[in-house]
Ligand binder design. Structure first.
Ligand SMILES: NC(=O)c1ccc[n+]([C@@H]2O[C@H](COP(=O)([O-])OP(=O)(O)OC[C@H]3O[C@@H](n4cnc5c(N)ncnc54)[C@H](OP(=O)(O)O)[C@@H]3O)[C@@H](O)[C@H]2O)c1
Length: 361
């Protein structure tokens, strides 16, 4: 099979590094271009990430010698060389919007890890197992941009990927109210314990902007495509508290939920056990065989034991029980830089290729 040529914009950062690690053995995608800021442009990738490489496996040999391009100034030439780009830049929101649109207008699809376009009406925000039908909005977006190939698709925030997958199969019971408290890893801030020593033996009760994203983004993911935009779902009512904890990788969520038609514990477990989505149906290379893993053991899921479930792409759930204020409570765990960031974006790109939205040139 001919591989898709890909570019990574923001390749030197934490998420960019994760994209590179995931591409090393990817059966469909081949890293062709790496780009970052003007500070990095013109230098060899291996030199740029020396002392900054945060992945467990070493820097792949085949990318070490690639000369990094300037993501903004070289956009047109990068767009011409690749079939699509992954975007993981840390810039001001308006700058990211502009940069990603420049690639899309240059007929280069953009699969973005950034939040900048998550609320653009005609940009789909997709978790492949949950709302693959939102990709239909791409045709509307292409009309607005005046493109044939180019468009932007985004993944959701990492925090919601711990609890939205567990709630999704229960929507048939009419989810009324949700309270989710997330305990989020430091890699979500692009940090390690070496670069953020203040996090050792510490908990920080604020992650800027995270609670609003965690409460609002599920409503777009559960929304419907109508009238040339994605219309937000009207329910459930969601409230969250998002807390930074001294963990390298893995976001945990303590979830409380009430339903219109309260299911039994067995019915909930059965919905979780039997759930599979479009990613599994299409047997996409990065899709977990089983998206949701329920643990009967009372002390699971645990971050260190379970975050790498199915290559960090599955969501682990445990401790389902009745609550005194809500119908039920339970705990969920997902890997924030795999399922929640680069892995989720790679799975989205696979879906876009499999569904014909991205074609190799
Ligand atoms: N870490 C996570 O788990 C996570 C999860 C979800 C979403 N995100 C989001 O993903 C994005 C990247 O996060 P990160 O943790 O990887 O950040 P990071 O480690 O700080 O890396 C930022 C990247 O952006 C590049 N960059 C900065 N300014 C630029 C500019 N003006 N033009 C082009 N490239 C520029 C940097 O290049 P230089 O090396 O040249 O400066 C670097 O490659 C952020 O928007 C973040 O909010 C992160």
């Amino acid at each position: 099979m001919k591989k898709y040529k890909i570019g990574i914009i923001g390749a030197t950062g934490m998420v960019g590094q994760r994209f590179i690690s995931l591409m090393t053995e990817h059966p469909w995608f081949d890293v062709t271009v790496l780009a970052a800021s003007a500070r990095s442009a013109g230098q060899k990738y291996g030199d740029l990430v020396a002392g900054r490489w945060a992945m467990a496996a070493p820097v792949p040999e085949r990318v070490k010698g690639i000369t990094v391009k300037n993501a903004a100034d070289d956009a047109e030439s990068i767009a011409a060389q690749v079939d699509f780009v992954f975007s993981a830049v840390d810039m001001k929101k308006e700058e990211i919007k502009e940069l990603e649109e420049a690639y899309a207008r240059a007929e280069c699809p953009v699969v973005s890890n950034n939040s900048a376009h998550r609320w653009t009406d005609d940009v789909p925000m997709v978790i492949p197992e949950i709302n693959p039908e939102h990709l239909a909005i791409i045709e509307t977006q292409r009309k607005r941009l005046g493109t044939k190939r180019g468009f932007i698709a985004v993944k959701s925030n990492c925090s919601i990927q711990s609890y939205v997958p567990a709630l999704h199969p229960l929507r048939g019971f009419g989810i009324k109210r949700v309270l989710a408290c997330t305990y989020q890893a430091i890699s979500g801030a692009g940090k390690t314990f070496e670069t953020w020593p203040e996090m050792a033996d510490n908990v920080i009760p604020l992650i800027g902007g995270e609670e609003e994203k965690s409460e609002q983004e599920p409503l777009k993911v559960w929304g419907t495509v109508a009238g040339g935009k994605i219309q937000k779902a009207a329910s459930p009512a969601i409230t969250t508290q998002c807390i930074r904890v001294p963990v390298s990788d893995g976001h945990m969520a303590a979830v409380f939920a009430s339903f219109d038609k309260k299911p039994s514990i067995d019915e909930i477990k059965e919905r979780w056990a039997s759930f599979s989505g479009r990613a599994q149906e299409l047997n996409l290379p990065s899709a977990p065989k089983r998206f949701l893993h329920y643990f009967e053991e009372e002390n699971r899921p645990q971050t260190r034991l379970d975050r790498m479930s199915e290559g960090g792409m599955a969501v682990s759930i445990g401790r389902l029980r009745e609550d005194t204020q809500y119908d039920y409570k339970f705990v969920c765990l997902s890997h924030n830089t795999l399922r929640g960031a680069a892995g989720g974006a790679v799975l989205l790109a696979e879906l876009l290729c499999a569904e014909g939205y991205i074609q190799s040139k």
